[in-house]
Ligand binder design. Sequence first.
Ligand code: DGL
Length: 361
Amino acid sequence: MFVDKRFARAAALLACSAVFSFAHAEEAAPAKLPNVVILATGGTIAGTGASTTTTIGYTAAKVGVDKMIESVPELKKAANVRGEQVVQIASESMTNDVWLKLAKRVNELLAQKDVDGVVITHGTDTIEETAYFLDLTVKSKKPVVIVGSMRPSTAISADGPINLYNAVLLAGSKEAVGKGVLVTLNDQINAGRDVTKTNTSTADTFKTPELGFLGYMQDNKPHFYRLPVRKHTAETEFDVSKLDKLPQVDIVYGYANMNRVALDADVAAGAKGIVQAGVGDGSMAAQMLPAFREARQKGVIVVRSSRVGSGIVARNGEVNDDKEDFVVSDTLNAQKARILLMLAMTKTNDTKKIQQMFYTY
Ligand code: DGL
């Protein structure tokens, strides 16, 4: 059957214009932005200095969350954001109480259907600890991203705005779902379990020694190249919803010629657990072993960690952990081992079960 050529051409033009208008309509409809809540705690990202060249000697924790959000208008292109001021502190003053408050608020928010992710602005001094605490206590696969800055908001080339923008993008991204608590500064993405501050003042301070970044923020989106392998967030066995305090766990730093004064004082003050930031492979000086043994005999849980900063602290290295009934921290540094031990002791004092937790999280 011959179809009139003019009709065929008109039909083809109509079809093309329909496709174009549909495609155009697709382009015109703005993508639905994710809903991200920013929980502010203070730190340098909220800090102010006397001048634009003040990068040391500024005051942390001065700028409120709403002002911080207003100061980065680009956030509106990344997500629908709103802020809550949880505390306003320099993070060297972070406490167990703030951690419990944060974890409970994050879990409340992530349980809401209209919240897609959470960003926490935080001082950099203890970001690594808050990140791991939340990695062990957040009961959701939705993204939780912790961000800080190394220069105050008033400085030339302040890194806070771009770090905050990246953190909101990351927290609203599908790629970040299920990857545990993440820390992003300097266009890099680290896992909450392994990240640590490696330089007192440079913008590239956050690293994961030897094991590496999870990925990068580039061109307004996350690029992941590896995944955390230990249990975290939605898989955690720890529930802080009904906790209003954590067991007292202290850290004793190891060094040549150390003595038992600090350890004995911690135990006398009621420490339920002691983490040693030991030399080398978590080794214990001969003069310290009796003190740790006495602490253990009083029911204090002893964990051998290391001051070295990377590598595994293995059982029965230069200390017979089986005989002494000590626990080893695996690859957790002392400040992170303290966090896992505190949470472990909310569930058990059985050292075999606690050791298994150090191999699980
Ligand atoms: N006082 C430090 C803190 O709040 C400043 C370091 C920073 O936030 O970068 O952690």
